[in-house]
Design a protein around this ligand. Structure first.
Ligand code: FAD
Length: 289
């Protein structure tokens, strides 16, 4: 099926994109890689009259080491993140996530900004951003603001972005004491996950877990923060009993519903299994820098 006709705009700056969004309001949509938006338009689930292409705005595609964090431009493609040696060395959880998203065709077009702004509860990047304690930079003609990833995902397909704001950058903390992992259970390679778990641990030199952040994909209306599981891991050695208790807590905190990928009970059971594996994988990781 073809989308309904629309007017195409190619602004040359974020301020111009934002002012077009203000002018056309609910009739307009930003276009990034088009990997989520165009299929929805083809199915006529969305029919914006104006598409504002962010792809012609210079300077939105980069990956930079800024000392205590990686800065990634919104239009950086998922494939670019998966290929990046810098990301693999400094933030392996993000590299691991990017490799598990869809297939090479989708990764070549899809962007980090689009993956986050779309706020699909089965998209993989949101949980990684929440677990990593990332910040999201939103800009409009009126200036910019920084939104913690934990506050960015509000509901299914709903973020804290205002209609005129463009997600321009993601800042992901990095550092020698952090260990992160993202594991996803999928029916076949390239599929959206049945369940995904992101875990980032702050480890002491004597092997204790000083703090943990755990976030779940695909088991709620938006990213689920497993805060009770995090509390169980805090300040202790990660022995089997502790990891088992934290994994059970994460499963209880999940809010799955049944669909083609499995029943709610099955997904909850898989959260327990995948959380245990992800914590162990993160703890096994060497220092990230
Ligand atoms: C076959 C297939 C399989 C997939 N599998 C996976 C998967 O396993 N895991 C996964 O995570 N994703 C998956 N995806 C989704 C894919 O990662 C998309 O690329 C991503 O969700 C959207 O990124 P995009 O750049 O294509 O955004 P677009 O489709 O262009 O935009 C998506 C939405 O975000 C808004 N938007 C985009 N960029 C910005 C911005 N900078 N500021 C404000 N709003 C913005 C748009 O207005 C639109 O509403 C899959 C997609 C397909 C087609």
């Amino acid at each position: 099926m073809n989308p309904k006709s629309f007017e195409y705009h190619a602004p040359k700056s974020v301020a111009e994109a934002s002012s077009l969004a203000e002018e056309y309001g609910m009739d307009a949509k930003f276009l990034a890689g088009g990997q989520s938006l165009i299929p929805l338009m083809k199915l006529r689930l969305l029919s914006p009259s104006h598409l504002i292409d962010l792809g012609r705005i210079p300077g939105l595609s980069y990956i930079r080491d800024e000392g205590n964090h990686l800065a990634i431009g919104a239009m950086e493609r998922i494939a670019g993140i998966a290929r990046s040696d810098l990301v693999r060395r400094q933030c392996p959880i993000l590299s691991q996530c990017a490799h598990q998203i869809a297939d090479p065709l989708v990764r070549n077009m899809g962007t980090i900004g689009g993956n986050l702004s779309h706020a699909d509860p089965t998209n993989d990047m949101p949980a990684v951003m929440v677990a990593a304690g990332a910040s999201i930079v939103a800009a409009s003609g009126q200036g910019s603001r920084v939104i913690p990833a934990g506050d960015f995902f509000v509901d299914t397909f709903t973020t804290a972005l205002k209609g005129t704001e463009v997600l321009v950058e993601v800042k992901i903390p990095i550092g020698p004491t952090r260990r992160g992992a993202y594991l996803k259970l999928e029916r076949q390679a390239g599929d959206f996950g049945i369940v995904g778990v992101a875990a980032v641990l702050e480890m002491s030199s004597d092997g204790r877990c000083l703090a943990a952040r755990i976030a779940l994909t695909g088991v709620g209306p938006t990213v689920v923060k497993a805060t009770r599981a995090e509390e169980i891991l805090k300040g202790v050695e990660l022995d089997k009993n502790t990891i088992d208790r934290a994994s059970r807590a994460a499963a209880e905190e999940a809010q799955p519903s049944g669909d083609l990928r499995g029943s709610a009970e099955y997904k909850r059971a898989m959260v327990e299994v995948m959380t245990s594996r992800t914590i162990q994988a993160a703890a096994r990781r060497r220092a990230e820098r």
